[in-house]
Design a protein around this ligand. Structure first.
Ligand code: AKG
Ligand code: FE2
Length: 324
């Protein structure tokens, strides 16, 4: 059992000649582990390399004291620096051996969702030492958002829905870009120690760029853990928990975890891009996914409600502006 590679050549634009074929491959991956690689995804290698260089600057060159002043805990949108051990993704394991820098789309202050104080809508925190950071991240987010929206169209096709079925849920999306640094895994680590403990992602689609060291492990449908080995020029894509909600459990958001064990003592960097739909998008079983005579498996909710609940579980922090 392995993680399939989807070649997006000819399927990147609406109505592209290979769209139906890729949608079939996407469906096979989605009913399996919910993980697949994409190649020929339209994002330039140079742009990905620039993002890794920025991750290194933010997490290695910026002095620790400056990083700590930008702690995400001080940000109403939970953006900024996350120190080593701040998150425990698997509550049965030890705190994660990773540090990261979070940012998101910079919506203008007069955007109705910013004014309402909805979770994730608002500004970023940046260190003055890296003046190019906002523009580099903004450009990367723009490229990855286009890819995520296209993947949502292919996902719609894979469910025998019109290609534009989900387009209306993406007007003001919740987008989080995370730059991660994992120190080398301690040689004497016990089985409760991880760079990132086993977890599922919360949103709709995660598009991950990883460096060449490897270390990401995916829980396959038979319960075994498979290495998501880095493949040059490919992103790893995985479905988050909103997709099972949208498909009545037909498509899967499988657990994954990270251990930086193969880097000869060097840190591992990765850059996941989390795409979530509009805060007000309704997440409920799409047509054709609830068998006749059965009730939907999940209670319908908005994307904002779903995400706020997930933040609360991992950081214990009530989400700002979340409707009660
Ligand atoms: O670093 C990785 O390869 C995966 C990170 C991840 O799973 C996450 O941030 O949700
Ligand atoms: Fe993840």
């Amino acid at each position: 059992m392995s993680i399939p590679i989807l070649d997006l050549q000819g399927a990147l634009s609406r109505g592209g000649p290979r769209s139906a074929e890729v949608a079939r491959q996407l469906r096979a991956a989605a009913v399996g582990s919910g993980f697949f690689y994409v190649r020929n995804h339209g994002v330039a290698a140079q742009q990905v390399a620039r993002q890794f260089e920025l991750a290194r600057q933010l997490l290695e060159d910026v002095p620790p004291g400056t990083r700590e002043r930008l702690d995400m805990k001080n940000s109403p949108t939970l953006r900024g620096y996350e120190r080593l051990g701040a998150q425990t993704l698997d509550l049965d394991a030890k705190p994660d051996l990773k540090e990261s820098f979070y940012c998101g789309m910079a919506y203008p202050a007069d955007h109705p969702y910013v004014r309402a104080g909805y979770q994730t809508y608002g500004g970023n925190q940046w260190p003055a030492q890296v003046p190019q950071a906002p523009a580099v991240c903004e450009a990367y987010i723009r490229s990855l958002l286009a890819l995520a929206r296209r993947l949502m169209q292919l996902l719609a096709l894979s469910l025998a829905l019109p290609e534009d079925y989900f387009d209306g849920t993406s007007e003001s999306p919740m987008v989080t870009l995370r730059m991660l640094r994992y120190p080398a895994h301690p040689p004497d680590a016990d089985q409760h120690t991880f760079g990132a403990g086993a977890h599922t992602d919360w949103g709709a689609i995660t598009i991950l760029a990883q460096d060449s060291h490897g270390g990401l492990e995916v829980c396959m449908p038979d319960g075994t853990w498979a290495d998501a080995t880095p493949i040059d020029g490919c992103f790893v894509v995985n479905l988050g928990d909103m997709i099972p909600r949208w498909t009545n459990g037909l498509y899967h958001s499988n657990p994954h975890r990270v251990r930086n064990r193969h880097s000869s003592g060097r840190p591992r960097f990765s850059v996941p891009f989390f795409y979530e739909p509009d805060y007000m998008a309704r997440i409920e079983a799409v047509p054709g996914t609830v068998p006749a005579g059965e009730q939907p498996r999940f209670t319908p909710c908005t994307a904002g409600e779903h995400l706020a609940e997930m933040y609360r579980r991992t950081y214990g922090k009530p989400a700002e502006g979340t409707p009660a």
